[in-house]
Design a protein around this ligand. Structure first.
Ligand code: NAP
Length: 268
């Protein structure tokens, strides 16, 4: 069982850039029971995330903390130098998970991943993750690394269910971490999810996140800023979807992406 099975719902922090607000979001989440926090060098909030962790009444070793190396920093020596800077900004002496943010720009499988392997061997990072990787990038990464790939973080929600990447993850023993799990709020307007939410006297985010909890080796990291959304999302654990609900949600898959651009890894 992966450690992420214990932390299936985490907190995303992209665009939570006001330092006080961001620290407060992280502290609130940890004190409500969240233990999985996701940030990135590119989000420019690692220091605030670190403050939130320090201020929460939760020991560091109970928190599963992930950050990502920015695409500009993926040359071997830059990975080593900027991972050190991330540790300093976050105020921690190890990371639970360090991701390659995208297989683009300065990404070079040998150079980049040998630096990740070195950080892993030195104990600075407990797990190696990748993000926005397609099967061909995963094949290559698994070949280069001695350590296992622990997680592939990709966009996933009911409109983009990622069957192929989930199957790949199942075969190779890593977790799919779902980003934009609420499709950046688009899920809120979905009539099927609204109907299921009404049936369970729940909210649409809760139903959406409960769907993730019904899947194997998948974790989700909704971003929520204020206590109301953070608490609402945590309520997903109390929603018990039945087979009919799950079938209806399975039917919503339509290959829709919130985050897409020319030259994206899935385009090549
Ligand atoms: P998301 O989690 O699907 O949606 C976030 C939006 O939903 C925010 O506007 C948030 O509002 C709102 N929201 C959250 N809970 C809500 C609730 N209970 N009721 C109503 N609205 C609610 O989108 P995301 O931020 O794109 O993705 C989540 C995380 O994934 C990011 O924060 C980041 O950590 C990660 N991510 C990674 C990548 C990558 O390339 N690896 C790309 C994108 C995202 P408030 O903020 O006002 O609460």
């Amino acid at each position: 069982m992966s450690e992420l099975d214990l932390h299936r719902l985490g907190l995303g922090t992209w665009q939570n850039t006001d330092p006080e607000q961001c620290a407060e979001s992280v502290k609130t989440a940890l004190e409500l029971g969240y233990r999985n926090i996701d940030t990135a060098q590119a989000y420019e909030n690692e220091e605030a995330v670190g403050h939130g962790i320090a201020e929460a009444d939760v020991p560091r070793e109970e928190v599963f903390l992930a950050t990502k190396v920015d695409t500009a920093n993926l040359a071997h020596d830059d990975v080593l130098a900027t991972a050190e800077e991330s540790l300093e900004r976050l105020g921690v002496d190890y990371l639970d998970l360090l991701y390659v943010h995208w297989p683009t720009e300065a990404y070079d499988p040998e150079g980049t991943l040998s630096a990740f392997q070195q950080l892993y061997d030195e104990g600075a990072i407990r797990h190696i993750g990748v993000s926005n990787f397609e099967p061909r990038h995963l094949d290559e990464a698994r070949e280069v690394l001695d350590a296992p790939v622990f997680a592939n973080q990709v966009e996933m929600h009911p409109y983009l269910q990622q069957a192929e990447l989930r199957e790949y993850a199942r075969e190779h023993g890593h977790t799919v971490v779902a980003y934009s799990p609420l499709a950046r709020t688009e899920m809120l307007d979905d009539p099927v999810l609204q109907d299921i939410a009404e049936k369970h006297d729940a909210t649409v985010p809760q139903v959406t996140l409960a769907w993730f909890l019904s899947l194997d080796n998948v974790a989700a990291i909704p971003k929520a800023t204020g206590a109301e959304h953070i608490r609402d999302n945590w309520g997903a654990y109390d929603v018990d979807l039945d087979d009919e609900d799950l079938d209806r949600i399975a039917d919503l898959d339509r290959g829709h992406r919130e985050i897409d651009f020319e030259g994206a890894p899935w385009d090549e």
